[in-house]
Design a protein around this ligand. Structure first.
Ligand code: CTP
Ligand code: CA
Length: 226
């Protein structure tokens, strides 16, 4: 089964989804980034739109077609993503952070390309703002969902992240599974709540993961608003 395009159960809701990597430029032609494909976030955006939500997709640089009927805001850096997500989240009830936000950026990016030298160089990096944590500090009635990729102690680390960022749940996945996570079409997810309780999902397509994620988000939303 792919999405549930027939059920407009998200009608009247506004949703913000972040997707893809960010690029942190060291100089005009070089950047730090990661292999995020954006597929998971685009699947969430498309599934939510199909179910009647008004969707803003804040996307880092990816090789995916612009989805029809979705407001697409293209960004590059974490700072740009931070500004775009916080603005779009103002009138949203659900925010899903699938983006692989770079944790650091160059403290002082060079304005010109510099020639290489023979010796070693070092780069001074400064932390980027945590977008999900910023949303969590002014949560209001919003449902906040994060993703985490961990190599070890996944459930414990994801639960701590959900607590620290005030997220309703985090979808955890591992970078090592064949055909899942970065760039793949499938995902193997464990849903982790801030209290440490968790639920293992079977291996699913990213569209099916999106559908389940939205079912959970809607449930949390309805609990908040009753
Ligand atoms: N996130 C974010 N802003 C950041 C970093 C992460 O909003 N600057 C979000 C991600 O989009 C994701 C969640 O936080 O939904 C968890 O990301 P992750 O990188 O696992 O968490 P970090 O707090 O950055 O921890 P780590 O040290 O493990 O990278
Ligand atoms: Ca991180």
């Amino acid at each position: 089964a792919s999405g549930s395009a027939h059920a407009p159960d998200l009608k009247g809701l506004s949703l913000v989804v972040s997707a893809g990597p960010t690029r942190e430029y060291l100089d005009p032609v070089r950047f730090i980034s990661n292999p995020s494909s954006g597929k998971m976030g685009y699947a969430v955006a498309i599934e939510a739109q199909a179910r009647g939500a008004a969707v803003t997709l804040v996307s880092g640089p990816v090789n995916l077609p612009n989805p029809a009927g979705i407001k697409l805001v293209k960004v590059e850096s974490a700072l740009e993503m931070h500004a775009a997500v916080l603005e779009a989240a103002q009138d949203a009830q659900i925010v899903v952070m699938t983006a692989a936000v770079a944790d650091y950026r160059a403290a002082t990016p060079k304005t010109e390309k510099e020639a290489k030298t023979a010796g070693e160089v070092s780069v001074h990096l400064t932390p980027n703002p945590d977008i999900l944590a910023a949303l969590g500090r002014e949560k209001g009635g919003r449902v906040l969902i994060g993703f985490a990729m961990e190599t070890h102690a996944g459930v414990e680390r994801a639960a701590l992240k959900a607590q620290r960022k005030n997220a309703d749940f985090i979808l955890l996945n591992y970078p090592t599974q064949q055909g899942t996570s970065f760039g793949g079409d499938d995902n193997q997810i464990t849903l982790v709540r801030p209290n440490g309780s968790f639920e293992e999902w079977p291996r699913l397509s990213k569209r099916e993961v999106a559908a389940r994620l939205l079912n959970e988000a809607l449930q949390v939303y309805m609990q908040h608003s009753t």
